[in-house]
Design a protein around this ligand. Sequence first.
Ligand code: C5P
Length: 290
Amino acid sequence: MRLEKKSPCKVNLMLNILGKRTDGFHKLETVMQPVNLYDELTFERGGNGIKLSCSEKSLPVDSKNLVFRAAEKFLQTTTISGGVKIHLEKKIPLAAGLGGGSGNAATTLLAMNELFDSALPSKTIATIAESLGSDIPFFLQNKPALATGRGEKIQPIENFPALIGKAFLLIHPGFGISTPWAYQNLARFPEALNGKAGRAKELVEKLRTKNLAGAAGTFYNSLEAPALDKFPILALFQNFLRENGALAALMSGSGSTTFAICENVSSAESLVEKFKSKFGENCWAAIVPI
Ligand code: C5P
């Protein structure tokens, strides 16, 4: 049996950090939105252990890879002795703040359960997901969500009326940002480190109306403080996007991707043309209908 799965990504419409916890993680509230841009994963039962291959040669294919770890934890938890062959075709940029790796891990857990006759109840899959990374539970349900805790406590939300028919323009600058680096460097920005709770709910309420313009000023990401300080080009990107028709522009997650929300696909197409004539063709860009 062979399974082919699409593994999506996300942007954070809001990422409000509420302080550092005693376990080293940060308390936060975030509004996460699925993005229909996919890596592709194929799974085949057989052999012994886990054999992972990947189109992206810079990624490890052993237990340093989240796909490998998700498959390994699944097999350990079930005590199944069979093996699996997995191939990951990478399309989502790495270290981009888009949750590509977390999405891959969630997709792997769900696919393994399908491949091995629903050996685990969904509650156990959720526990494994949470143990592998803060963003992974979000991808098990893959609907807009308000997430709290360290990002693993998920409240699903119906599709936002303000975003219906709109389009994302995603721009990756050609360099990545390490998530641990971004969190560690928040310490230099006490205001960003200790945000006031409630901003995520405020954004959710605004996005429940059809008036995106009314919500535009509420989009916020605490991790921009260290990231835009180190990489000021990301601030220039945002200003340019806003000045040239984007309804909102923000860094996603710990960066380095900037996303703009555009009225529709054709306005995103003309915006990306303007962007490339200003900043050059070297950036990776994708237009994704919402
Ligand atoms: O949970 P995940 O493995 O994705 O986190 C990667 C790193 O990001 C953590 O090791 C930690 O440094 C940082 N992090 C954090 N607070 C969070 C989520 C992540 O400090 N809520």
